[in-house]
Design a protein around this ligand. Structure first.
Ligand SMILES: Cc1ncc(COP(=O)(O)O)c(C=O)c1O
Length: 382
């Protein structure tokens, strides 16, 4: 019996084992230690920021990043409606309200013209906009050349949700470095993983120092446990940082493997009418997840039909994110919409994209896709 092919399973091997074992044997098991500091330095160097703070999840990184730019109660924060719930949840944790903005149908990234319109309208209504949080969707950067001037003109800080995008670039600049502060995720399904973890990256060393303080229960540097503000238990452990360091060494190789897979999907779907790959028009994404978008009128089938076919072959797929403005938890939240995210939710399908997939698994996925598209082409022709 063939094992299930998952979307993006962790890609770990002997290097991770050796780094973890070395950390364990060094005695620096918890909480902080030399691997944690080195991991922060190495990720900051990769992203090109002055510093970084390693935390227990990407969600925690987003939460502290929002607090760092002063987001709080009485404010609204612009968030793409097409994202994972963590982006909007982090806003809610601060007491601010998320306002959702629709996406560009080409890549699923936030619609920059709509961000400009939302900022204009909210300001006219005297709403206090605490931040804009662009998300580098599925590992491809937002068009920051267009977005950053819009936010600068409105005087609103950018918090970049680069949870999915480590290793991606826009105009040669690395994902994570575009806002006043960026958030990365090292969750198990991400491009690199610490099993669970995240990081704030920024040039603003004062912001980072305060985030580090908040991440460790806001404990003052005195022996008797003194606390002047509400902190969190958000710090990443030294052991997990060691795992992350090994993964970072392999990052470029893992991106290259995902790109080969994406290119094979591109070739496979090129002759299929009504199907396109979502995003990464610049070709500088990290190929975290590859999704297709199916126009059912042209293709003669729906994205979900292919999903069901692949599930029958033990191959995992997922719809593109269900938009936040359709989530019951955010019912009643304000949203600036064009319908693009809803269409991507209806017509998108995310395919197995992980660097850990071996050649046999990749061949199995491609053969199952081809079996489906060939049968459907025959059915349409008949
Ligand atoms: C866009 C986005 N933001 C935030 C997160 C949250 O990261 P984590 O799962 O590490 O908390 C994720 C992934 O899980 C994500 O995809």
């Amino acid at each position: 019996m063939n094992r299930t092919v998952h979307l993006s399973p962790p890609d770990v091997g002997p290097l991770e084992e050796s780094y973890l074992l070395a950390a364990l044997r060094s005695g620096w098991v918890a909480p902080v230690g030399p691997d944690l500091e080195a991991f922060e330095r190495e990720v900051a160097a990769r992203v090109g920021t002055r510093g970084a703070v390693a935390v227990s999840s990407g969600t925690a990184a987003l939460h502290l990043a929002l607090l760092g730019v002063g987001v709080g109660p009485g404010q609204v924060v612009l968030v793409p409606t097409l994202t994972f719930v963590a982006t909007a949840n982090a806003v809610a944790y601060t007491g601010a309200r998320p306002v959702f903005v629709d996406c560009d149908p080409r890549d699923g990234n936030v619609d920059v013209a709509l961000v400009a319109e939302a900022l204009h309208r909210l300001r006219a209504e005297n709403e206090r906009v605490g931040a804009v949080v662009p998300v580098d969707m599925f590992g491809a950067c937002v068009d920051y050349t267009a977005l950053l001037p819009v936010c600068a003109e409105a005087g609103v800080p950018v918090v970049e949700d680069a949870a999915e995008a480590l290793g991606a670039t826009h105009q040669g600049r690395p994902a994570g470095s575009f806002g006043r502060v960026g958030a990365l995720s090292f969750n198990g399904n991400k491009i690199i993983t610490t099993s669970g973890g995240g990081m704030l990256v920024s040039d603003d060393t004062a912001l980072l120092a305060h985030a580090r303080h908040l991440a460790t229960q806001a404990r003052e540097p005195v022996p008797h446990y003194e606390h002047r503000e509400t902190g969190y238990n958000y710090r990443l452990s030294n052991l997990l940082a060691a795992l992350g360091r090994a993964q970072l060494v392999r990052l470029d190789g893992m991106i290259a493997r995902r790109r080969v897979l994406r290119d094979r999907y591109a070739k496979l779907f090129a002759p299929v009418p009504g199907v396109r790959l979502l995003g990464d028009g610049e070709g500088t994404g990290n190929c975290w997840l590859t999704s297709i978008v199916v126009d059912p009128a042209q293709a003669g089938w729906r994205a979900a039909d292919l999903g069901a076919h692949l599930a029958g072959h033990g191959i995992e797929t997922r719809p593109v994110w269900k938009p936040m403005h359709l989530q019951p938890v955010f019912a009643g939240a304000r949203a600036f919409l064009t319908g693009a995210a809803e269409r991507l939710f209806a017509d998108g399908l995310t395919l197995p994209s992980g660097s850990a997939l071996d050649d046999t698994q990749v061949d199995r996925v491609l053969a199952a896709v081809e079996e489906f598209t060939t049968a459907r082409a025959g059915a349409t022709a008949a």
